[in-house]
Design a protein around this ligand. Sequence first.
Ligand SMILES: Cc1ncc(COP(=O)(O)O)c(C=O)c1O
Length: 386
Amino acid sequence: MSSEVYFDNNATTPCLDAVIAAVSDALGTNFGNPSSAHCRGYMRQEALGAARAFVEDVLGAPAGSAIFTSGGTEANNLVVLGVLRQAQARTPEPIRLITSPVEHSSVTRVADALVTQGVTVDYLPVGSDGVVSTDELELLLARPAALVSLQWANSETGVVQLIDRVAAICRDAGTPLHCDAAQAVGKLPIDLSTLPIDYLTFTGHKLHAPPGIGVVIDTAQRLSQSLWYGGDQERGLRPGTQNLAAIIGLREALEIRSADLDASVDHLRTLRDRFERLILQRIPTANVNGLESPRVCNTSNVCFPGIEGQALVAQMSRRGVCCSQTSACTSHVPRPSSALLAMGLSEEDAFASVRFSFSVLNTDAEVQAVADLLSEVYRDLLRLST
Ligand SMILES: Cc1ncc(COP(=O)(O)O)c(C=O)c1O
């Protein structure tokens, strides 16, 4: 490859130039602590308020519902742990969390920790398409639960859950719903004014904002249980000086994406579909995991039978192409993807699968070049493994 090709945008995305300029301005000329009681502090408080109002408005969320955190992991912890602890404080009865086996580790590991604290965790089954069963959700909600936590789009496969239906079922059962939308914001239209989601979480670095900034939308402002002690920032739920530069970067990235959401989605879908067509033509034994499922526009997860996905990732990396095997948060651990196993793939096929995730900065020429290279690398690896 004459220059690097980055197809790992579900792990993180590069900041757009306009975002870097906005962040740089907020770190330099316009630095300041929004809590300071002087002219610079008041000015920064105004900028913080404007960013919060923008984030809320763009998602159709009520004024005052956004809480800024240090990222998606912290946002998920704050909601899942916070809501469960609030429920535990209200009743001596055992309490229950309903989630799925395809969640990000920032939800599944919280669920594991809660089990050790006496919480019952029920996992919704997932079909071979990666979509959780809403019939089963209705059955599980025949008994009270403190929270349903379900992602919108899967980071590894791009499979999208039936969030409208899930939200309606939870509303009818009177159970709060948390939706991890880290891989959905900026790729799907989201309007919380018409969708009864109690808690929506996401992170900036999947949509060309800096890492280290996340958001909880606490629609009805019901969160009261902080996980930390400190100041009054973010309603005391996330104490500590706000990372205003990153917040301003997030606002800028959201503003850019919301102005051209349809065109961005079209571009991403065109790249993904062409990539998959080329791969399936060149490597007829390959399978796209979740090909027929409802999927977010930018993610391809491809099984290359007979080889180790990790070897393919390493060989592509040597040639300047960045792709990945599983979520970046767990990819240093040689474990098969839990999302693929939940869809019924064998361990061998899960290990043979590789994720390619595109951003608006990728081009058709890159897709063509990577598809050509992939078929060469795959053939070489297959020869070595037989
Ligand atoms: C679905 C999902 N949720 C949560 C996170 C965690 O976000 P962060 O990296 O900001 O902690 C990620 C990041 O990969 C993700 O893909």
